[in-house]
Write a protein that binds this ligand. Structure first.
Ligand SMILES: C[S@@+](CC[C@H](N)C(=O)[O-])C[C@H]1O[C@@H](n2cnc3c(N)ncnc32)[C@H](O)[C@@H]1O
Length: 385
């Protein structure tokens, strides 16, 4: 492994631990990603896309945003085409998905476009300028909220609260099952480097989380627990008065996420399009992520009145939402053969199963106060074309 860089954030965190004592891995990860001005997401520079460290679906092909837009149109219709509809995108990044969605709705459903407000919520405040520039054609439809405003429940919405790869970027607690019971991973500082120690969990919520899901880790197994994701869903349930919560991210149901084969959990770091296992290097310069526990979101959602109306692999969602129709339209549009090949390769990337974006990525749609919605992803896509 290459020699690690002493970043300003690494110095600050080492000093913090030396003066105040060990911190939970969740606090370490929160600082690595979101320490003001120094965290991975809160420091200058592009993170997503070719010039960043990883791609998300919308960077692969704009058809992703087009299909999400088609589904949102269907959500509006299933709510009786109300005269006011909010699309709230949490973790909106530089606004690419917002652009693809708004361009599409403006093109296919003008009456809906004229009623909607698209509210961007992003933890990194400087991205607002990039969003404004990218969305210049849609300024009349835009609004912004801070994550705190969303979490505090001051405003309520009727419409769709959407996120793509937001929850995997939330800090997680790390736990390990030992012969003495469930222990938590704490981050320590020694001789200018980070270390780990196991001790009693910092909160009883960790053991309670696993118990609720009926998960028993085996001795030596490590796992991530995202209390932040549950907190986020609780805030989402308060914010959405009526409508849908649409969550797209990589992850698994709990039994798969915590299966014995994942002995070391799913924590992974990204730096310049390569993966790295250690979260203790390039502190503040690399992304740290973990897979989403969709069962936890579904179970807590049901308790909060957010009923699961659809959950499945991204490729199923995209097919139901009209991927083949989009493909056929593209093939007939007279673009060059080179363009067509590029498109086919990109679509393959979005759809490929066995570890590709097609099945590792999941789509969860939860609804509140909407009876029996008939969404596109529910179509029997075998009969669609
Ligand atoms: C992995 S990036 C995904 C960005 C974009 N959705 C995409 O798919 O390209 C996660 C984004 O979520 C933002 N974020 C993290 N926690 C957030 C929160 N609680 N509310 C709003 N944005 C948040 C981060 O700043 C970052 O821009």
């Amino acid at each position: 492994m290459e020699t690690d860089t002493m970043t300003p954030l690494k110095t600050i965190l080492l000093d913090r631990i030396l003066s105040k004592g060990r911190i939970t891995f969740a606090d370490f990860m929160a600082a690595c990603l979101y320490e003001p001005g120094l965290g991975y997401y809160t420091s200058p520079g592009r993170k997503v896309g070719a010039e960043g460290d990883f791609y998300t679906s919308m960077n692969v092909h704009l058809v992703f945003g087009r299909l999400v837009a088609r589904e949102i149109c269907r959500m509006w219709e299933s709510m009786g085409s109300p005269g006011r509809f909010d699309i709230i995108e949490a973790g909106a990044g530089a606004g690419q998905l917002a652009k693809d969605i708004l361009d599409t709705i403006a093109g296919i459903n003008l009456p809906f476009y004229d009623t909607l407000t698209y509210c961007l919520v992003e933890k990194e405040p400087t991205l607002k300028e990039a969003q404004k520039a990218k969305l210049a054609d849609h300024l009349a439809r835009l609004d912004w909220h801070t994550p705190e405003e969303l979490a505090e429940g001051g405003s309520t919405f009727s419409g769709c609260l959407l996120s793509n790869e937001l929850i995997d970027a939330m800090p997680v607690h790390l736990v390990e099952m030992t012969p003495a019971g469930l222990m938590e991973v704490y981050v320590t500082a020694l001789d200018g480097e980070f270390g780990e120690m196991l001790d009693e969990p910092s909160t009883p919520e960790l053991a309670a989380y696993l118990k609720r899901l009926g998960i028993s880790l085996f001795a030596g197994q490590r796992a991530e627990i995202s209390l932040a994701a549950i907190g986020w869903l609780e805030a989402a349930a308060k914010a959405v008065e009526k409508g849908f919560v649409l969550t797209i991210d990589y992850g698994y149901p709990a039994d798969e996420l915590y299966a014995p084969m994942r002995k070391n959990g799913t924590l992974l770091c990204y730096y310049q399009h390569t993966t790295e296992e250690s979260p203790y290097i390039r502190v503040g310069l690399q992304d740290i992520t973990s897979h989403v526990n969709f069962t936890a979101l579904m179970e807590r959602g049901e308790e909060l009145g957010l009923h699961t109306v659809w959950f499945g692999e991204q490729y199923r969602f995209l097919l139901g939402a009209g991927l083949m129709e989009e493909m056929l339209a593209l093939e007939k549009s007279g673009v060059s053969e080179t363009e067509l090949i590029k498109n086919r390769l990109a679509l393959k990337k979005l759809m490929l199963p066995d570890g590709g974006m097609g099945d590792t990525f999941k789509v969860l749609i939860q609804a509140k106060g909407v009876d029996n919605p008939q969404l596109l992803c529910m179509r029997d896509w075998g009969k669609c074309f």
